[in-house]
Design a protein around this ligand. Sequence first.
Ligand code: OOG
Ligand code: NI
Length: 459
Amino acid sequence: MSHPNFVSPDLIRQRFSKAMSDMYREEVPLYGALMELVEQTNRHVLDNDPQIARQLHGTGEIERLDLERHGAIRVGTAAELATLARLFAVMGMQPVGYYDLTPAGVPVHSTAFRAVHEAALQVSPFRVFTSLLRLELIEDLELRAFARSVLDKRSIFTPAALMLIELAESQGGLTEQQARDFVEQALETFRWHHSATVTAEQYRQLSAQHRLIADVVAFKGPHINHLTPRTLDIDRVQAQMPAHGITPKAVIEGPPHRQCPILLRQTSFKALDEPVAFTDQADACGSHSARFGEIEQRGAALTPKGRALYDRLLNAARDELDDFPNEANADRYNELMAQHFSEFPDTYEGMRRQELAYFRYFVTAKGLGADALKSSTLEDLLSGGYLRVEPLVYEDFLPVSAAGIFQSNLGDAAQTHYGEHSNRQAFEEALGRPTIDELGLYAETQRRSIEQCFAALSA
Ligand code: OOG
Ligand code: NI
């Protein structure tokens, strides 16, 4: 039973997302510049594209647009991941999806913590892409043991945060004051630390194994490494970034530009070199780069059939390019993507009829005024104008895109080949619970919207 004096987890998440954004804006000024550019662009699109404006108003997404962002962190141990899962649960965030990044040469596997119900997503769609380092992939046994011992010594949560997590679990929620304290304490886990926990030489060794390993092992906590606002026109932001002093990566990850956006398109700017102090140095004369900026445009969530088509077309374009997309082949990559994706229907009705994407159904004014529609089918009600559909927005991530984002910040030197692959079971054991299948969530939301329509029409 939810206590009347408890703050809803959705509101705690909304507040936490705002606190995180304020902290990051203060720490990384370029993030502020990017936010402004995204806000301007979104305003421009809403003023000039009546179809998008109508669609966002129709789904209610317009209200969450300015709040919308995702972040990313990387942790080192099973215990850290399991406690994070509990911390995120206080804010109504569940682990959705499993992403294996080892095929792309990044020694982590990941999940996305996020709200799962459309009503909760509407209050705050905040998501955190969370990666667990796979220590077993460090080949040098001595270095592996060293990394493990450093990680085992640190505590990435404040004592008060741990206490409040336990309290939320035992009470079933947090009161107003406890929720405020929780947001403040939870934020500490994601803060940047200028002092490392290893010597300069140890950092060099960890880094030589993989830059990502140094990023996870050498610091006190899993600093948030980017915070990504949602734009309505990523091509426009990408084109305008240089004029704002921001250099984007060579290509936009994800599907090509389309009339009807699908899944997720993302672009980022390079990690900054930041001063850090190693334990054998008195002041911050070392440097580390981890924090970067990213923007994204979200489109329709795809069904398993739509996703299979997306994966096939993406792989075909990439196979034909026969290289990682980079500065030199960016134009050719964009051409190949456009060519291959011409096979993917680019109207919402086409995608709906072929069951490539998920949709939400809404009763129209005409539907509300009419009666005795109980015997009509969904298709009849749609064509009769009693119902309308809007695409269901994709709330998750894409493994190939995520790998591209990781790579653009790690440099090409980081393209290691790992023999060992996907290990979802080990990830879920570390997490302490299974990850949720994202496709099931979209199907549920679609089904609920249809049920609600029939309920409203027969009322
Ligand atoms: C995460 C990179 C993946 C995305 O948006 O796909 C990611 C990281 O660098 O830790 O954030
Ligand atoms: Ni990201």
